[in-house]
Design a protein around this ligand. Structure first.
Ligand SMILES: Cc1cc2nc3c(=O)[nH]c(=O)nc-3n(C[C@H](O)[C@H](O)[C@H](O)COP(=O)(O)OP(=O)(O)OC[C@H]3O[C@@H](n4cnc5c(N)ncnc54)[C@H](O)[C@@H]3O)c2cc1C
Length: 314
């Protein structure tokens, strides 16, 4: 069932079957792995619309849950509303963006999120969630943990800036700008460069099935990190909060010999071992099984347990 207006959710709620029905909310489906068919009501969010309000140097942009994330991003870049540009070309919908606090190239959704409006499945009421309510974490939010399955996000409000503060520290952004002889990048330059880097590294889901990064980058205590580094001095790592260290899951997987490996109809992407791909005809079960083999081998070699980022339907 496709939802194009918030009021259609209330109509669904009035249906006597509503509370008994198994429900699955879908945006673009780009972070899902179907191991089995879903036996229930699929609610595809298609609420559209983008609006904005300028307040001095800030601009508040509200977008419907069904807007395509990259369309919203292009709208903001075209209007010179700064803040989203590092999140260019992430597949999926606006409504899903707070669920896992999407992030890329040194920026996370939480950096630009202001509020979201959501429909409560149990009561049929709409509620506004503030930044604090959402308990954002690394690829995580309250909607993935304590509030899981309780709300359907209908719109998201972002707090953006009319005074750009471009973030260039992450990955190859600076190198790519230098190659283009750009010394004072605009947000459009940053968006173009991030898009270019992503296209060169990641498979396009419209031509080869994938859900992006299949695993989260593991965050481990600094003592554990030092112990691992004594055996593997080249281990790729980034500082994390409170005496913890973030490891690059892609590097760990690559060290176990998985990069570019083809296993039946599945495999890992030749440019990025963190991405599992469907080479054609793979079942969800096969992809899941490959992910289990990868988890086992990374654990055996490094003693680090990878956690799947993708949402699974079993
Ligand atoms: C090639 C590729 C690259 C990617 N790169 C990145 C990246 O750089 N960074 C990153 O963070 N992610 C990345 N992803 C993952 C994906 O783009 C994000 O998770 C995105 O937010 C998913 O949006 P979607 O609309 O497709 O969500 P879906 O896959 O449809 O749903 C994801 C989850 O959110 C729930 N959901 C969706 N919409 C709503 C709603 N309106 N209300 C309540 N629940 C909802 C679903 O039930 C499900 O649990 C990538 C994926 C691919 C395929």
């Amino acid at each position: 069932m496709e939802i194009s207006q918030p009021g259609e959710l209330i109509e669904l709620f009035m249906d006597p079957q509503w509370q008994q029905t198994e429900r699955l909310v879908l945006g673009g489906g780009s972070n899902m792995l179907f191991i089995n068919d879903f036996d229930g009501l699929v609610i595809r969010m298609n609420i559209r619309g983008i609006d904005h309000r300028i307040n001095h140097d800030e601009v508040f942009v509200v977008a419907g849950a069904g807007e395509v994330w990259n369309d919203l991003l292009n709208y903001c870049v075209a209007h010179e509303y700064a803040g989203l540009e590092n999140l260019s070309l992430i597949p999926g919908s606006v409504g899903a963006s707070p669920i896992q606090n999407i992030g890329a190239y040194g920026v996370e959704l939480k950096d630009v999120f202001y509020t979201c409006n959501a429909f409560e499945i149990a009561t049929g009421k709409f509620k506004t969630f503030t930044h604090e309510d959402c308990h954002f974490g690394y690829r995580d939010s309250a909607f993935k943990s304590e509030l899981k399955g309780q709300y359907i996000i209908v719109s998201v409000k972002f707090r953006l800036s009319l005074v750009p503060d471009v973030k260039l520290h992450y990955g190859a952004i600076k190198d790519e700008l230098a190659k283009r002889n750009i010394t004072s990048p605009t947000i459009k330059d940053v968006s173009d460069v991030v898009s270019h880097i992503r296209v060169s590294k990641l498979p396009d889901p419209s031509t080869i099935g994938n859900a992006g990064s299949f695993f989260k980058n593991p965050v481990i205590p600094v003592d554990e990190f030092r112990a691992i580094r004594s055996y593997f001095p080249a281990i790729v790592n980034y500082p994390a909060a409170d005496g913890e260290v973030k490891l690059a899951a892609g590097w760990l997987i690559e060290q176990c010999g998985w990069k570019g490996k083809v296993v039946g109809h599945t495999g890992t992407w030749h440019n990025q071992a963190l991405v599992l791909v469907n080479h054609g005809g793979a079942t969800g079960e096969e992809v899941y099984s490959l992910s289990s083999q990868i988890i086992d081998s990374v654990y055996t070699k490094f003693g680090v347990m990878l956690e799947r980022e993708v949402n699974m339907i079993r």
